[in-house]
Ligand binder design. Sequence first.
Ligand code: UDP
Ligand code: MG
Length: 316
Amino acid sequence: MGRPLVSLVLPFRNEAAVLPATLEDLRLLAGHEDRVDFEFVFVDDGSSDGGAGLVRLAAQEDNRFRLVRLSRGFGKEAAMTAGIRSATGAAVVPMDADGQDPASLISRFIDHWLDGAQVVLGRRRSRANDTWAKRSSARAFYWLFNRITSVQMPPDVGDFRLMDRAVVDAFLEFPERERFLKGLFAYVGFEPVVVDYERQARSGGETKFSPWRLWNFALDGLFSFSSAPLRMWTYVGSITAALTMLYAAFIFGLAALGRIEVSGYASIIIAVLMMGALNLIGVGIVGEYLGRVYLETKQRPLYIVSEVFPDRRQRG
Ligand code: UDP
Ligand code: MG
């Protein structure tokens, strides 16, 4: 009986500085892991630093390595989807190509998988390698996400995990374009086993996620999994209207008693500015959802593959 195949999916953009080390880590892993066979799917998300060449070279020497090259940068989520779609293993492990997700942990994922677990999550033990700002914003994000959506996303768990084929197939059923993978993985469900690990600092190069990009990523996550921000406005509007009515009754009373001198500038300007601001925020929120509906209705491909090495062409 053949050994089961495990696919590792590594999206990368401009990681030429760290790819040689990552390729080496994977060779090492494959060298001492004899319970399974491996397939390493590298997805080039529009790199301009020759990283694809490094992977192509590795693939020429070793048929476990594969390169899927997107025609430009489509973002990490799309690149990972491309890789997961082209993975053929009985289990799939998405991981970063920058050495932050240790290849050595995969043996422990496989332990649990061979014992019957369908999802094995890698959970970072500490965020000591992150800045204070990143730590606290991550904490706030998970808190809010888990409160306003119907799926529970465990904090400190990233994309690094092992998923059985059953889970991957369920994941591939999702037709949406606006993809927040961590949320989709949580949505798919299945009982997870958690493995703690120490997340390393990047072995070289620099992060592709600026604070501004992370902020937008967080908004994508929240807006694509919750309609609470949209519904909230009904309540904000109703409460504001109720307060306004009370205040109107109060003013009316004063006027009836002849206690109003003139002016009223302060209350008017406050009411005008407040209502204007509430309106704008409300319209903005509606815009967020409308924008998503617009993107989804266009049904554009998620990504376009320009090269599969070694192999044929495909389209997502
Ligand atoms: N990445 C990608 N496309 C992007 C941004 C990032 O393929 O648009 C890859 C990147 O090369 C790395 C992984 O996604 O392999 C994680 O990115 P990064 O290390 O920059 O994120 P961080 O670890 O800082 O959150
Ligand atoms: Mg990283």
